[in-house]
Structures are given as C-alpha cells and as structure tokens.
Design a protein around this ligand. Sequence first.
Ligand code: ADE
Length: 287
Amino acid sequence: MATESTEKNVLVGVIGGSGLYHLDNLTLIEEVNPETPWGYPSSSIKICALPSGTKVAFLARHGNGHTLSPSAVPSRANIAALKSLGIRAILAFSAVGSLREEIRPGDFALPTQIIDRTKGIRPASFFEGTTIVAHTAFGDPFANKFVHWLEDRVRKVLEAQGNGVKLHTGKCIICMEGPQFSTRAESKMYRMWGADLINMSVLPEAKLAREAELSYALIATATDYDSWREEEGAVTAAEVFKTLTTNAETSRVVAATILDELHSAALEGDILTEEVGSMKYSIMPRS
Ligand code: ADE
C-alpha cells in the first residue's frame, strides 16, 4: 500500500470537517482521486506544499462543497486513499457541540475518549464482508503520543492569536448518528455519561485509522452548546454555521503553524509510529 510514499513523501494527511474545505499558505502540487476497494474518497485529495516545501495531503470529509452527510461519508475509502499515499498520521478537524459550560463555542479541544452512538449503519471495519475476524484494540481511540504532542503546540498557537480561544484537553467525545441533532433529554444524558463534546463524524474514521495502523488525532472545534442548557434554545444548524467560519480560520492558522513540525516528527518516527504493528494480534487465528 505504501508504494507511493517515498515518491510523494507525504507523511501527514489532514481531514477537514464542516467549514474547513481548504488550508492556507499551500501550493497545490497535485490533485489525486485514488480508487480504493471501498470506492472513491469524499473528495479528491490535494497534495500541497507548505512554504518550506513540506508536503501534506488534504481531504474534505464532506466533499468539496459539502455534499455528504456524516452518515454518507465513505470513511473506508478516505482512510484507504490516504494510506495509499503513504501517510503515517492523520490530523482531523471537526465541528462539535459542547456539553460543558467551560467549553465555549469557539474553543478548541483534543479529545482522548469516544462514546459510540452511531447506529451501526456506517461500515466501520475494513474486514466487514470478508472471512477475516479482527478485534482491534480501541481502548485508547486516539494516538496518545500524537495527541500529547499536539497539546502544547496547539495551545501556543491559540494563545498567540490573543482572541481568548482556549484549548481543552483530555475530553470525551460522543459520536451520534444524526442527521437530526440530539433531543434535550439525550443531551443531558450524554453529560451524565461523562461526555464533554458531541459530533457526527469522529466514527468510524478513528476506528478505520486504527485498523490502518495510522496515528490519528482530532482537533475538535466547538460551535454550540447542543441542547442541554435549560434556559437556552436547542442547537440549530444556523447556530453551528455562526461559529464555523471563525473556527475554520483559526484551524487554518493552527495547521499552518504546526504542519512542518509534524512532518519532521513523522520523519523521525518517534511519535508517529505508535500504531504501527497495533493490528498484529488483532486477527483471530484460523483453527
Ligand atoms: N456538530 C456541531 N455541533 C453539533 C451538535 N450539537 N451535535 C452533533 N454534532 C455537532
């Protein structure tokens, strides 16, 4: 699968979520649209160069022009297509609702845990439909070292912006099916379960990245307070859109600032190889 890696030398893939359909300060080198055994990715993948020459691959999760609902995102094709380019790490972005007062719309978060509230309609394994039985370790659904590496860097970028955007770490994100938002009762229940953030997109992306042995981290950008605050109106798409553009601008600054360093880290291989070999004992031996 890594045939193109040395040729293209793209070690980091960025998946942009709602509002984040491109990055800044990049020179487009090539646009590719690899067909995978699971079909085509959500969008063509833009292989771009940073001013330093470092290459990154960018994919728009919901398609160019936002044509795919979260339930329709071809996550297997997305992850397989990125893997086929030889990337080792995925830095994903996603708009999220906040289930905690202190995580204000506009704030950023790095989750370390996930609760799955998708409804089983999204293909969530590369092994589905095959005769291979694989049980992937997913207790730590994000690449811990990668997430930890991001903490200081993202916080520094946000502080330098000076606009009060905070970074929250060690949070639990709940991934729901949608496309409707949660009821107030569900929103309150998720808080009781210990969830801090809610979105519709981190799964099955994170599961598939693990099966592909790629380091995966999510930068969650809060757009709303979902529907748990009694005195406030329940979340609407209009409310989400209000914060989306500002969050996307900040996400682009974060990406532009850290991607070079991330590429070096991937090259040195010290933090971004933590999932390599993680599938070794996941496949059930045949008797
Ligand atoms: N994405 C952004 N806000 C959300 C919310 N409140 N629920 C689910 N997904 C979201």
